[in-house]
Ligand binder design. Structure first.
Ligand code: FAD
Ligand code: NAI
Length: 507
């Protein structure tokens, strides 16, 4: 009884702590401190993008040290790890969006935000050319924004490798609009298949959902899609239930190539149980409005052409360089051998430039293009810039103090002491170590309330897959959500879809 009583007290205490923590988060969100005005005499720091790299930088940047301007066509931060859940309505899209205006309002000094796209960067004149495609203007507005320091965090676009028909016929999965389109198309396929007098071949085609790319995006989406079908569509529209199929096509011999062998096997066997058909060693060559044409390499090395009729096609074959980045790479001779993005040094400075840094998927620093890398790079740059500002302030102080030595001979000892202290601080601050990425592990949802995790554990690696890992996956992503608001909305969505099922209405 005594143990029970203690357990009860402890759980009550932690529940109260949890409520207090959420309450504090909500209060802070709604009551930001008054901001100081940005000082235009300070260096202008222009940050491109509002993704993982740029927002991590903004989160920790002391904005009073610079005149900060953020430019991005997206006026929100998107928590991409939960984007696949938005394609089926497990999570509503707004739950994983955090307005950039809210983020900026919580900074100590005011930050300017322009909703626009950078179209080119001139490193000689130190200007960024930006385009505002706002619908209310009716016409495109183009202008230039000068910078003293520039951070490029524009991410990447979808790779199609120039395969004919991909752009015209596929859905991608990178942005909120992509997830919304997929959600709409799934239900369009289902409702059209259920329509009167459809031929059996047409029903099979419409209900065949093809995913190209067996990386984490393709795998997570396939898992979410099969869940949606098993848990909701099958119950609501039983007459088409035996026709729904998900096929995952991958060019390599296995899916999730970046995960350990054990987890690859676990994922493939789970997909088999979930009735997701995996076609490995299958390279897509062409896409039409109703078919995917691919080449399968058999065990004997022979290649065979196959055609998959589809209703929905989701293309998830990784990243390609954005035009604005390509354009800059052409202007810088030191970038001529770089293919995957802007080559950066160990301080994330774009090779061959001055005062330009790059973070995240558009930067080539020797790491995988993940949110984890982008986030750590952004945090590193914030520390670097905060230190640079402090260094400049200390150097100025030392200059002033040295100048005053002659003017105040009586205080010489005191002033010298102060100079020494400033110099000591300066040495400490100047000693910024180069960027070092610390890998925390990889997680992926694979459907049926199962996940796989390759987690770094002390100096080793810990691989696990299953339902417990799924709970870990959920709690890890919940804790990583940007704000308390996001966390509460995501919990609410999870509860809602569990209790009432996903919403199958097509908007
Ligand atoms: P992004 O986050 O893509 O941000 C780029 C920003 O630049 C955006 O705000 C965009 O609007 C803006 N922009 C674009 N063009 C311009 C322009 N011309 N001018 C100005 N701004 C521009 N990684 C993980 O580590 N774990 C995961 O679980 C995970 N899940 C993922 C799930 C999905 C579905 C996807 C697509 C990716 C996932 N990733 C995950 C990868 C991760 O999202 C990316 O690596 C990360 O977003 C890269 O951050 P970034 O800041 O470089 O780019
Ligand atoms: P990816 O680059 O990881 O995988 C793309 C896959 O498509 C590759 O396996 C490739 O072999 C295959 N492919 C390419 N062309 C093909 C073709 N013509 N036919 C058939 N298959 C083809 O891309 P993904 O999944 O979009 O991920 C991008 C980045 O985002 C990665 O770094 C990934 O780690 C990260 N990410 C991480 C997640 C997580 O940790 N849970 C979730 C989603 C993305």
């Amino acid at each position: 009884f005594r143990t029970l009583r203690w357990a009860w007290r402890l759980s009550l205490l932690s529940a109260l702590g949890g409520v207090g923590w959420i309450g504090y988060g909500v209060y802070q969100d709604r009551h930001p401190e008054p901001q100081i005005e940005a000082d235009p005499t300070k260096k202008t720091l222009v940050i491109l993008g509002t993704g993982w790299g740029s927002v991590s930088l903004l989160k920790r940047l002391d904005t009073e040290n610079y005149n900060v301007i953020v430019i991005s066509p997206r006026n929100y931060f998107l928590f991409t790890p939960l984007l696949p859940s938005c394609t089926t309505g497990t999570i509503e899209h707004r739950s994983i969006m955090e307005p950039i205006r809210t983020i900026l309002r919580h900074k100590r000094a005011n930050v300017k935000f322009y909703e626009a796209e950078a179209s080119s960067i001139d490193p000689d004149r130190k200007v960024v050319r930006v385009i505002d495609n706002s619908e209310v203007k009716g016409a495109t507005v183009e202008t230039e924004v000068p910078y003293d320091m520039l951070v490029i965090g524009v991410g990447a676009e979808n790779a199609t490798f120039g395969i004919p028909g991909v752009r015209e016929n596929s859905c991608f999965l990178k942005e909120i609009a992509d997830a919304q389109l997929i959600r709409k198309k799934i239900m369009d396929c289902v409702e059209t298949a259920a329509f009167k007098d459809q031929s059996p071949e047409e029903i099979d085609r419409l209900l065949h959902m093809v995913v190209v790319g067996g990386g984490p995006t393709g795998v997570e989406f396939a898992g979410e899609l099969q869940d949606f079908f098993e848990e909701d569509i099958k119950k609501l529209i039983p007459d088409i239930s035996d026709r729904f199929r998900v096929t995952l096509i991958e060019a390599l011999p296995n899916v999730l190539p970046s995960f350990s062998k054990q987890l690859i096997e676990y994922t493939e066997s789970t997909f088999k149980e979930e009735k997701i058909d995996i076609k490995t060693k299958t390279m897509v060559k062409k896409v039409t409005d109703k078919t995917v044409e691919a080449e399968i390499t058999g065990p004997d090395g022979k290649k065979e052409k196959v055609v998959f009729p589809y209703g929905l096609l989701v293309w998830a074959t990784g990243n390609a360089v954005r035009p604005v980045v390509k354009d800059l790479m052409v202007r810088i001779p030191a970038q001529k051998d770089s293919r995957r993005g802007l080559a950066v040094n160990e301080y994330l400075v774009v090779q061959g430039t001055r005062d330009i840094w790059a973070v995240g998927d558009c930067a080539v620093a020797g790491y995988a293009p993940t949110a984890q890398v982008a986030g750590q790079e952004g945090t590193f740059l914030a520390r670097l810039f905060n230190n640079m500002a402090k260094t400049e302030a200390l150097e100025e102080n030392i200059r002033d103090l040295s100048g005053s030595l002659n003017l105040k001979p009586g205080n010489a000892a005191e002033v010298s002491r102060e100079i020494e202290e400033n110099e000591r601080q300066l040495r400490r601050i100047k000693d910024v170590k180069p960027f070092h990425y610390s890998h925390q592990g990889s997680l992926a949802y694979i459907g049926s309330e199962k996940a796989v995790a390759d987690v770094s554990w002390f100096n080793g690696n810990f691989a696990s897959g299953g339902s417990l890992t799924y709970l870990f996956w959920r709690s890890a992503y919940l804790s990583m959500c940007f704000s308390t608001r996001n966390r509460l909305l995501v919990i609410n969505d999870w509860l809602k879809s569990k209790l009432f099922g996903r919403d199958v209405s097509r908007e």
